[in-house]
Design a protein around this ligand. Structure first.
Ligand code: BJ8
Length: 382
């Protein structure tokens, strides 16, 4: 069982509590901005006095609503997000004053056009590559455009000083979260991958950033102490797994639990449910807009072409987390991660000499049996 702050018994409880919290914030006049992606420069949203809430759908439930408007063979994350919006089942969507999206994958950017018919959405245009001077200039302009939209929508001024403060605060949060994720570097790990994933997702519904940080710091300290006292001198023969690819919150039970119940430990997440965005801090010493531009342009998602930073991260993480095997999770119809998987497999097996398993799945339970068989076959090799 995952341990969450006092009044939360589990993830569902945390989500329900979150509804009341966001309602209370609205009643106090705090603006709410719905977001969908790791490329969103959250610091600008916080500097506008708003809270940012992730609207990425992680449930199969609303997908049949989405399929009234969207093709069946589309990524489940996109369908779930849209399904929640049109079925009015998501209080977070309901309370959002503004949505912010980015032109990442084709499915998401076209879905934003449909969402715009229900709720105002500002779409940031993301360059397709990172290492060109004009990509920096272009993305910087997009950050300034978002800043203007936030100022106008919420009738505030985002000053340089406020932005610098938010950058510092968000960096502090990133360090605390990285410390938590890096518990997986301990061998044996004092925490399961499912608990890491569930804790981070549930805390996202808290909105009180200070208590989120306090909770994570306390939990990290407890687990480090547990490692020192009970685990340090023990040896585990459970293989250590790194998860890479698409976000995995929507397949926690189907994929992550199956891996751990089959006898392996998930110790690292190279994806947007894990450390992808958190590994690099925002430079606090330069112009804040330049610093945010640089930081977010360098997020290593497969929508970038080429995408060398993802391979640098994999290289580093496979060594630092002492990985025995890599499992790539690709959500159905996610073309960019799907195509990039060819090079990821080559990199993992030929350069790092580690076993690799590719799993393509959706949010349904239809392929549970097949998933079990494939995961067990990989674990037998380790
Ligand atoms: S930065 S991973 S959060 S885009 S899985 S919707 S890419 S078809 S979620 Fe993502 Fe931002 Fe990238 Fe991260 Fe499209 Fe693929 Fe679906 Fe995806």
């Amino acid at each position: 069982m995952v341990t969450l702050p006092e009044n939360f018994e589990n993830y569902e409880e945390a989500r329900r509590e979150g509804f009341l919290k966001v309602k209370a914030l609205k009643e106090k006049g705090v603006p709410v901005v719905g977001i969908f992606c790791t490329y969103t420069p959250i610091e600008l949203i916080h500097a506008a006095g708003a809270v940012a809430v992730s609207l990425c759908g992680t449930s199969d439930e609303p997908i049949h609503y989405a399929e009234r408007h969207l093709p069946k063979n589309l990524c489940p994350l996109i369908k779930s997000s849209y399904g929640f919006a049109i079925s009015e089942q998501c209080p977070y969507f309901y309370f959002a004053d503004l949505l912010v999206g980015e032109t990442t994958c084709d499915g998401k950017k076209k879905m934003y056009e449909l969402l715009n018919e229900i709720k105002p959405i500002h779409v940031m245009h993301l360059p397709q590559g990172q290492d060109m001077d004009h990509a920096f200039v272009y993305w910087r302009e997009e950050l300034l455009r978002l800043k203007e939209v936030l100022e106008k929508t919420f009738n505030v001024e985002i000053t340089e000083d406020i932005l610098r403060e938010e950058i510092k605060e968000r960096n502090r949060e990133r360090k605390i979260l990285m410390d938590f994720y890096e518990l997986g570097k301990l061998n044996p790990s004092p925490i399961s991958g499912c608990e890491i994933n569930e804790t981070i997702e549930a805390l996202g519904f808290q909105f009180d950033r200070k208590s989120q940080c306090d909770f994570i710091s306390k939990r990290t300290k407890e687990l480090k102490e547990k490692y020192e006292k009970e685990l340090k001198s023990t040896k585990s023969n459970r293989p250590r797994i790194l998860i890479t690819g698409c976000p995995v919150n929507g397949v926690r039970n189907k994929v992550l639990k199956t891996i751990e119940e089959s006898g392996a430990d998930i110790v690292a997440f190279e994806n947007c449910s894990g450390v992808r965005e958190k590994m690099t801090l925002v430079d606090e010493t330069i112009d804040p807009i330049d610093a945010l531009t640089e930081k977010y342009l360098n997020v290593s998602c497969s929508v970038m072409t080429p995408n060398p930073r993802r391979f640098e991260a994999l290289d580093e993480m496979i060594d630092e987390y002492q990985i025995d095997g890599v499992i790539e999770v690709v959500l159905q119809a996610c073309h960019t991660f799907n195509v990039e998987a060819y090079n990821v497999k080559k990199f993992v097996t030929e350069k790092k000499h580690k076993p690799y398993l590719y799993i393509e799945t959706d949010y349904s339970e239809l392929d549970m049996g097949q998933m079990n068989t494939r995961i067990n076959a990989l674990l037998e090799m380790l």
